[in-house]
Design a protein around this ligand. Structure first.
Ligand code: GRF
Length: 194
């Protein structure tokens, strides 16, 4: 898993792997570009290898070091959750349709780092969460699953993000389980669930 933040989605996946005997996926390593990421502590307390790969300003080189690390753990897919760096094309070539990301909006609306605030600023009544395969563009690629979340009139970024995250924590384990079971195929840019 690739993370930069608190790791609540990582925790949801750790819990699913522990509680669902049919989960079918193992988190073999958690990698962060930020040594202070709370996600690393969550990984370590779950007995999962946790590694920092520093971003030194060269995306290709950074991606190569990430891929060397994941290859060392025989990772079969990359699961991004709150990972604030963009991987270069080498990673996508190494893991074709095996890199997934979760984003707190109904893509293609509001890509980027401030998706929740952007949805509030735009005055939408419904926002939500998207899980998608990663391609070479930011917050872009075949959509695997989406869930909508109503925006309340008194919402701020914190309150809306909290309700979106509650959906994320249910949705992401379902998607990772389906990915591990080989139930997600991409045909003509569309994801087919089987
Ligand atoms: C999530 O809301 C995710 O959609 C976004 O970053 C946040 C990460 O949260 N990409 P966490 O680190 O999993 O708690």
């Amino acid at each position: 898993m690739l993370v930069s933040g608190s790791g609540s989605n990582l925790q949801a996946l750790i819990d699913a792997a522990r509680d669902d005997p049919e989960f079918g996926a193992e988190i073999v390593v958690v990698i962060s570009d930020r040594s202070e990421a709370g996600a690393l502590a969550r990984a370590r307390s779950a007995g999962i290898a946790a590694q920092v790969v520093d971003y030194t300003g060269d995306r290709t080189e950074f991606t190569r070091r990430i891929c060397e690390t994941t290859a060392g753990y025989q990772a079969e897919a990359l699961v991004l959750a709150g990972f604030m760096r963009i991987l270069s094309a080498e990673a996508i070539a190494m893991y074709p349709n095996r890199i997934v990301n979760i984003h707190p909006s109904l893509l293609p609306a509001f890509p980027g780092a401030r998706a929740v605030q952007q949805a509030l600023d735009a005055g939408v009544e419904v926002s939500g969460v998207t899980v998608h395969f990663v391609d070479e563009q930011v917050d872009h690629g075949p959509v695997i699953a989406q869930r909508s979340v109503m925006v309340h009139v008194d919402d701020d970024e914190v309150s809306l993000h909290a309700r979106i995250q509650a959906e994320e924590h249910e949705l992401y384990p379902r998607v990772v389980k389906a990915l591990a079971a080989g139930r997600l195929q991409v045909q003509d840019g569309e994801v087919i669930w089987s």
